[in-house]
Design a protein around this ligand. Structure first.
Ligand SMILES: Nc1nc2c(c(=O)[nH]1)N[C@H]1C(S)=C(S)[C@@H](COP(=O)(O)O)O[C@H]1N2
Ligand SMILES: [Mo]
Length: 527
């Protein structure tokens, strides 16, 4: 191999500076290649860009415990951290490939091509990919990267005329021009906007939410306590937690969106447009949604006013009956446009609770991050077994026949919410002044309701907190307790009792496999 190269290229020994430049060349080739791939993807399908595609493949293969750790450690930045990690790794490899290319030009360029193929492979094997065209962004990027690295390395392997040194100037000119061109093209692409995004945003802006035939029952005046620092009873959309596996938020064009209903017990497969759904009997309900990955005292819970239709009506019309009425399907599997699958018990969906196909959230169409155009919401079940965002199909099947996304990853197939209570104020390690200090927060046990909240200071007796008025048993309930605080360090603990009379157990458990339990406490120093 070396002999052939030596035969074709002049005898020449690269210096350390040349090797450093070669590493830079690898980085530039990778950068330009990714920028080009992103630009192409933004024209067709942003999800098919190489980094989100590879990232998605990594997410799907990440052990559940690691994913749970990532979400606990990085919170809602977990996706950014993952993509940053991929970029850093790619950068290191790209630099190494650049150096390799100096020894073997064709092999280095081929290595860049191999990464392009990896991106293409990841893109077409994503569950939401339905076309081989998803390989195109990575492939186009790869071709550009291969050619660029080959050209750049060529500059370092060619002595500048009349000297014995590499053509570093030529290298720098090519590298800088390619880098600038790619950056310019990417900026232009962003300025023009992606057609995918434009159509989706236009369809969302054009959506007029229907008036509910059954509005949310009037919220009792006392549902919202006036205590500074307590979570507001209704969580504004911008503050509502977000948990999902989507590295690129799906931007669905509502005009082209369809919901497919099929499976066991469905008389005849049906497809609905958004217009058909919003023209049905619309209901509005306040429902609290919680994530199974929420640790005791954690932030992954929110309460919103949802607008949608009763899913059970749609199912009954299609011929579906719950198992208790002899129906054959006990699991409803919702699939999303991004390939998520979420399995929900048919019995719960049809037992009369407000299981919704929702299109409105707090008075506006669902935000893209929360599932536009339509998502599911089922009071009393954790999000991962009920709240499919960007839903595109509903299949009636059985728990025996099908495991939804999180089940083979170690999470329970069925997961009703655990009763939880959280101290919002004072904050952990807070330093309130001595005197009357309001201890306050929220407690939730959706569909069972909260009947009692108790607070304990240090090892003292449990005292009843004042409960805010109940909006519905599907929503969380605020609570407050005026504490006569004496100076010093104190531990404040809370526990709630649900509508069945069960009090939260003291013992803390893991979020895995079906949701954390245990009492929340905070330590404060009264001054
Ligand atoms: N398509 C899709 N839907 C999804 C998820 C997801 O990863 N993809 N995550 C689920 C989980 S785990 C939760 S807790 C809720 C969170 O909904 P939110 O992001 O609107 O709060 O969405 C559920 N629906
Ligand atoms: Mo979740």
């Amino acid at each position: 191999m070396n002999a052939t190269r030596a035969a074709r290229e002049p005898e020449y020994t690269p210096t350390r500076t040349d090797r450093l430049l070669a590493a830079v060349g690898g980085l530039v080739a990778a950068y330009v290649s990714l920028a080009v791939a992103d630009l192409v993807a933004s024209r067709v399908r942003p999800e098919a860009a190489p980094v989100p595609a590879v990232g998605g493949a990594v997410v799907d293969r990440t052990p559940a415990a690691l994913k749970d750790w990532a979400i606990r450690t990085f919170g809602e930045s977990d996706k950014a951290v993952l993509q940053l990690g991929i970029l850093v790794l790619l950068g290191l490899l790209a630099a190494a490939i650049g150096v390799l290319a100096l020894r073997h030009r064709a092999l280095g360029a081929a290595a860049v091509g191999a990464f392009g193929l990896l991106g293409a492979l990841a893109a077409v094997t994503r569950p939401d990919s339905d076309s081989a065209l998803d390989a195109v962004p990575s492939l186009v990027g790869a071709v550009v990267g291969v050619v660029l690295l080959y050209v750049l390395t060529g500059r370092l392997l060619t002595p500048r005329p009349g000297t014995a040194r590499a053509d570093r100037r030529g290298f720098l000119i090519v590298a800088a021009s390619a880098g600038l061109a790619a950056t310019g093209a990417a900026a232009l692409g962003r300025a023009v906007g992606s057609p995918v995004e434009t159509n989706a945003s236009a369809s969302r802006a054009a959506l007029r939410l229907p008036r509910p035939a059954s509005p949310a029952p009037p919220m009792p005046a006392g549902a919202q306590l006036r205590v500074p620092g307590i979570s507001p009873f209704l969580t504004p959309n911008r503050d509502f937690y977000r948990v999902d596996t989507a590295l690129v938020v799906p931007k669905v064009d509502a005009d082209r969106w369809r919901l497919r209903l099929h499976g066991s017990g469905v008389r005849e497969e049906r497809t609905f447009t958004l217009r058909e759904l919003t023209a049905r009997r619309v209901v509005e309900r306040d429902i609290t949604l919680a994530c199974v990955s929420n640790e005791v005292g954690g932030p992954y819970v929110g309460n919103a006013r949802w607008l949608g239709i009763h899913l059970a009506d749609l199912l009954r019309e299609a011929g579906v009956r719950p198992p208790s009425e002899g129906g054959t399907a006990d699991q409803l599997v919702a699939r999303s446009v991004d390939g998520m699958t979420i399995g929900t018990p048919v019995e719960e969906v049809m037992d009369g609770r407000d299981a919704l196909l929702a299109f409105g959230m707090n008075g506006e169409p669902l935000p893209f991050t929360h599932g536009f155009p339509v998502r599911m919401i089922v009071p009393g079940l954790f999000g991962y077994v009920s709240a499919c965002k960007w839903i595109e199909s509903i299949e009636l099947t059985t728990f025996d026949a099908y495991d939804a996304y999180w089940v083979p990853r170690g999470w329970a197939a069925e997961a009703p919410v655990k009763t939880q209570s959280r101290i919002d104020t004072p904050r952990p390690l807070g330093r309130p002044a001595a005197g009357t200090v309001m201890i306050a927060g929220v407690a939730w046990a959706q569909h069972r309701g909260i009947t009692r909240v108790e607070v304990r200071v240090d090892d003292g007796p449990w005292r009843d907190a004042r409960l805010a008025a109940e909006d519905s048993r599907d929503t969380w309930r605020q609570w407050a307790y005026p504490w006569e605080a004496a100076p010093g360090r104190h531990t404040l603990t809370v526990r709630a009792t649900d509508g069945t009379g069960a009090t939260q157990p003291e013992q803390r458990t893991d979020t895995m496999p079906d949701g954390a339990q245990g009492w929340h406490s905070v330590v404060v120093t009264v001054e």
